[in-house]
Design a protein around this ligand. Sequence first.
Ligand code: ADP
Ligand code: MG
Length: 317
Amino acid sequence: MEFDLIARHFTRATPGAVLGVGDDCALLAPTPGMQLAVSSDMLLEGRHFSPQDSPAGIGHKSLAVNLSDLAAMGATPRWATLSIALPEADDAWLTAFARGFFRMADLHGIELVGGDTTRGALTISITVIGEVPPDQALRRDGAQPGDDVWVSGTIGSAALALAYRQGRLFMEQVDAARVLPALYLPTPRVELGITLRGVASSAIDISDGLLADLGHILERSQVGATLEFAALPTLPAAQAYLHEKVARDCVLAGGDDYELCFTAPAEQRDAVAAAAQSAGVAVTRIGRITAEPGLSVIDADGQRLPFDKAGYDHFAA
Ligand code: ADP
Ligand code: MG
């Protein structure tokens, strides 16, 4: 039954691998001279998605969040493994899950080459492998004082959608409908990561919230930053709610956006714009790296915006 399930749902041609699904191991031949970038992310029912969520959406998101880590490293996606625990072999669920998964895989040229399948509470664990030229990976430790801080796309939408769904924030239905896709169908910024090679000085993907994730860059680079709240890019549908603290916290500290936050020297502004243009995604300059450690957010009048750590611990819970 298990072999049948794997053959039916998870076995595809893998021209980019020497050997794909079906043997004890996959065999992979990296492009000569490239470094491999490897990352895993696990998604649990009840924590990362709920039982009512669409299985195609779960397939999409579980691969998207993994691809986002490759994007944040500037790596080109190559191969993935998928380990999945399922309470039962529900064919309709698996068909839809595989559709969402392979659609995302095909968009980014990543091939499923192996995995594991077992019975248990619904759990999805994916490992992705990408390639990056030596010394061109976008690491967290390269930010320098004076660098610009940038973010791709818009932020806060996924957290706003979650707050709306959980009844913590009232939104008009038309606005809610515009932020919900960010939560269920995130877009990993794979192309942008690749075009930022040699341009960005550091990068991270926003999975835990802007402040927390930029905080990782600051810590690893031993620098600080000042951000301008008014510069943070949000969807028009979100803007009417930003006078509410819950909504502001979503923008500053909400997770699950899977946009890239990156730094680059001011001399690279044109190169950043060109990278964004060729990747087909908007990027916005949101602040500056400082030599002095610490992260502050200022409003339009230059006043420091108070934000408490509790604000984002709340989302981390
Ligand atoms: P083993 O007993 O050697 O671990 P399995 O029966 O677990 O082998 O898996 C058989 C083959 O199917 C292996 O190539 C494995 O990588 C692949 N596989 C198992 N589950 C999945 C899955 N969910 N997605 C992709 N490949 C899978
Ligand atoms: Mg196995």
